[in-house]
Write a protein that binds this ligand. Structure first.
Ligand code: 1GP
Length: 250
């Protein structure tokens, strides 16, 4: 385990950074992924997040190896299960699903993978993961058998975030779920940005306007998955958002 915390420092350093979520299950690990990498580099995105709810170990390793060979954009594991680990990544989000009450996602998977992760030489970032209802039944909610927090229950979202910070989480990730109809609202962001840890937001983000709103609200990292799978050229629009935000080593 590496305690240098360089990715955590990067997360903390700026608002409005952009991460593209790559689901290895959907990757060709060939020309299509290469096109995505080139366009993401052009758009000066800050991170690739890698993970998925139903990804096999083989799919995960093939994709992370391909990314490592073909880009200098930092690779951050956003694991859907405990076998999604690799030293090729720069960091791992060590997620606790705080919005749920399923012990497997609060501590069970962590115990299963603890000894392997402890030995690996990458940064492990303890992250409070909070699912908020985005108007669709998300895969994460189904797989984890947990219910997201209703989006109008802002004080529950806030109290869950505070509990995470009090438990020592280094970061908070608010997710409306992949393909959400309604992304995390500005009202929620306002309630959770002032706890002294960086904020990641994802789920259903499809427009530059929403990205601007999140950035202005104080979100450190904006995660986009589906919309880029549907329309890879959205990355060309993101270029205007990230302009002047180019900070990875290539
Ligand atoms: C889901 O936050 C991510 O876990 C990204 O969601 O695929 O809807 O962009 P989208």
């Amino acid at each position: 385990m590496n305690n240098s915390q360089s990715i955590l420092n990067k997360f903390t350093s700026k608002k409005g950074q952009v991460a593209i979520l790559i689901d290895p299950e959907k990757c060709d690990n060939g020309p299509k992924l290469l096109e995505l990498i080139k366009k993401a580099e052009f758009a000066a995105i800050n991170y690739f997040f890698i993970g998925g709810s139903t990804v096999t170990k083989t799919e995960f390793d093939l994709t992370i190896n391909f990314l490592k060979l073909n880009t200098g954009i930092p690779l951050v594991i956003f694991p859907g299960s405990s076998h999604q680990v690799s030293e090729k990544a720069d960091a791992l989000l060590y997620l606790s699903l705080l919005s749920g009450r399923n012990p497997d996602y609060l501590i069970g998977h962590h115990v299963q993978s603890a000894s392997e992760i402890y030995k690996l030489d990458f940064e492990v970032i303890s992250t409070g993961y909070i699912l908020v209802d985005g108007g669709t039944r998300s895969t994460v909610s189904y797989i984890s058998q947990t219910t997201p927090i209703p989006s109008d229950q802002i004080s529950i979202v806030r109290n869950t975030a505070i509990a995470g910070v009090l438990q020592g989480k280094k970061m908070l990730y608010f997710d409306a779920g992949s393909g959400a109809k309604y992304p995390i609202s500005a009202e929620i962001i306002k309630e959770v940005v002032s706890f002294g840890v960086p904020i990641i937001v994802g789920g259903g983000i499809r427009t530059l306007e929403k990205m601007e709103e999140l950035k202005k609200g104080g979100v450190n990292v904006i995660v986009i998955g589906n919309h880029i799978e549907e329309n890879i050229d959205f990355l060309l629009d993101i270029k205007s958002f990230t302009c002047g935000n180019f900070d990875y080593d290539k």
